[in-house]
Design a protein around this ligand. Sequence first.
Ligand SMILES: [Fe+2]
Ligand SMILES: [Fe+2]
Length: 208
Amino acid sequence: MQYSNSISTLSRESLETKFKPLLKFFTDGIKDLYWAEKAIEPVLKKNKSLALTDELADALEDHEIQTQKHVLRLEKIFQKLNIKPETKKCEAAAGIIKEADEIIGATPEKSMTRDAVIIIAMQKMEHYEIASYGGLLQIALTFNMNQVADLLEKTLNEEEDADLHLTDIAESYINLEAAEESNTESTGKDNDEQANADKKLRSEKAQA
Ligand SMILES: [Fe+2]
Ligand SMILES: [Fe+2]
């Protein structure tokens, strides 16, 4: 990776004068991610226990282990920035976690639909992390904080891989099987509606 040295020629005094608000934003962003990573770990564990398929449960377990590493990397970053590790509540991540609970809770237990929804809920979180790590990485590079940038980039790559892996799982069979699924937990009226919808889908497929 090419590191920018646009800041290196500036004196320390002018750097502090010109960039202090951005440095403050950067450290707040690290605290924000520190809160988010700590909050995500139990969510991954919980959703792993809710997953029907082994593929999804394994993917969530793998990412839970990675997430523990992400927390440790952020602690290393605090060390390099010479500030004490501190969380700052991330409203965006809190909102994604709350929504995940709601949308997953609205699906039938141990169903393909639930797995499909868990994947989307977790991908929203990955995209939040990708945007945050990606943006902070660019700021670290701008300030020539190369060791901090390396740590951010390692985590960014793992977030991107986790997101792609979830897409692969969804596309391989979970979404297709979820689309065929009937809601066994619904009311009688819902069952009739679902049966009619399933019938319509089957006849459309037969005509295609
Ligand atoms: Fe993470
Ligand atoms: Fe993640």
